[in-house]
Design a protein around this ligand. Structure first.
Ligand SMILES: *Cc1c(COP(=O)(O)O)cnc(C)c1O
Length: 436
């Protein structure tokens, strides 16, 4: 039977793939989870270590969807989503970096966003109206989502970002694509942008009329393709290795994808959750007490999350048992001074240039390795260091960080954005005109 999805808040009602992906959030405020995960014997069929990266991804999601999407379509969707590599780079003895930044927006979010965009395009292929995707961004998510949906037939994207609060290059990633991508420059904060998006969804009439959907990170379609690169990383080590995966974490989608991968047969010794001072999850792992709070700003700002959205999925996977989760995931936190020192130390000791998020994970990997010197460590490098040029130049000086062509060429392109005040009425009016 084709895969079904349940909400973490009501395990007895199921929806199909279309509903889980297009709705994004169940009405009961839980998060969607697949009813059944395929086991290792279904996923890791003979020869899996030699498949292409796209083939590996296709086989995983084919076993997971179990016929919810025709096989040739699925193969095409994965092939178009995973058209860049995730190489494992060895920087020191038993210390490897999994580079997840080779996609168009230079962050690992490209994996999830590209897959989701193409899947949504297919799910709505027979709908008369375009699907309108709303996304509020504080920086990275908007770039990944905009680039992922750019040119996908039957979809239109509206990205809301706070004026003056994203970096120049991040702004260019949102405002230079054109076609089916519209950027709204809101004279307010990220919270204002989120509030506006929420207001649109709460307006039932408008939301139905416009065929609105959301592209935020809790969508199950963004999580699934992130499992692919865990398997891809593991097979780049000698057969039989059980690596320790160290994941720089904010909303914990990346780590949750790793947990799903383990249930599907990923060989893994341990997961290490690395955070900056926004350490709600490491604190929970130590104490058993979960205390979400407001986030604090840091130099690894994509991890500045005080109430991680995927925590309920982590609870669900560990049957709501703190002891079980704490035995499988080890938490570590580091502050900005430690992170800056790590950026310098990695360069000095290994020659590798690591971004602030990867640097937090590197510190956690060193902590683990001090107690377990025999373990193979895999540090997930979630963004290219050029995305955080200010910090990188402060620590390593100018001219050390290479700026990839696809980022550099944005600087010369013309920004196009619609300016809006942070007022619900104005935003809803603007949206209303889209349908007219
Ligand atoms: C989003 C992001 C993270 C955090 O990932 P989660 O899945 O939210 O835990 C880490 N690093 C970078 C560069 C990111 O963009």
């Amino acid at each position: 039977m084709a895969q079904r999805f349940y909400s973490t808040s009501s395990a007895s009602e199921f929806v199909d793939l279309r509903e889980a992906v297009l709705r994004s959030l169940p009405p009961d405020n839980g998060l969607y989870m697949p009813e059944r995960l395929p086991g290792p014997e279904e996923v890791l069929q003979p020869g899996w270590r030699d498949w292409s990266f796209a083939e590996l991804g296709y086989r995983i999601v084919s076993a997971l969807f179990a016929g919810a999407v025709p096989e040739d379509t699925l193969r095409e969707i994965v092939g178009e989503s995973i058209n860049f590599d995730a190489p494992l780079v060895t920087i020191a003895e038993k210390m490897h970096v999994l580079e997840l930044f080779h996609g168009p927006s230079l962050a690992f979010k490209d994996f999830g966003a590209r897959f989701m965009a193409r899947l949504m395009g297919w799910l709505t292929r027979e709908d008369e109206r375009d699907l309108v995707v709303l996304v509020a961004t504080s920086g990275d998510t908007g770039g990944a989502v905009a680039s992922a949906f750019h040119g996908v037939p039957g979809t239109r994207v509206v990205v809301l970002y706070p004026s003056g609060k994203v970096s120049d290059l991040q702004e260019k990633q949102l405002t230079t694509l054109g076609d089916n991508i519209t950027a709204l420059e809101v004279s307010g904060t990220f919270d204002d942008c989120q509030r506006l998006v929420k207001a649109a969804f709460l307006n039932r009439e408008l939301s139905e009329e416009l065929n609105l959907t959301s592209a935020n990170s809790i969508n199950i379609a963004r999580l699934i393709p992130q499992a692919f690169y865990y398997f891809h990383a593991a097979r780049q080590l000698p057969e039989g290795a059980e690596p320790v995966f160290v994941v720089p974490s904010g909303n914990f989608g990346n780590l949750t994808a790793g947990l799903l991968a383990r249930l599907m047969g990923l060989p893994v010794g341990q997961f290490v959750a690395a955070t900056n001072v926004n350490d709600v999850v490491p604190a929970y792992l130590e104490s058993g007490i979960y205390e979400p709070r407001s986030s604090l700003p840091t130099i690894s700002n994509a991890m500045d999350v005080g109430a991680p959205s995927n925590f309920v999925r982590m609870l669900e996977i560990h049957q709501h048992q703190h002891g079980l989760m704490a035995s499988r995931i080890t938490g570590h936190r580091f502050d900005d001074d430690e992170t800056r020192a790590a950026i310098r130390a990695v360069k000095a000791d290994t020659g590798y240039v690591i971004d602030p998020h990867g640097a937090v994970a590197y510190l956690a990997a060193k902590s683990w390795q001090a107690d377990h010197p025999g373990d193979e460590m895999i540090v997930l490098e979630t963004a290219h260091p050029s995305k955080f040029l200010d910090v990188m130049e402060e620590e390593l000086g100018k001219g050390v960080v290479e700026i990839p062509e696809r980022l550099a060429c944005l600087a010369a392109r013309e920004k196009e954005a619609v300016e809006l005040p942070p007022e619900e009425e104005v935003f809803l009016d603007w949206l209303g005109q889209m349908s007219g």
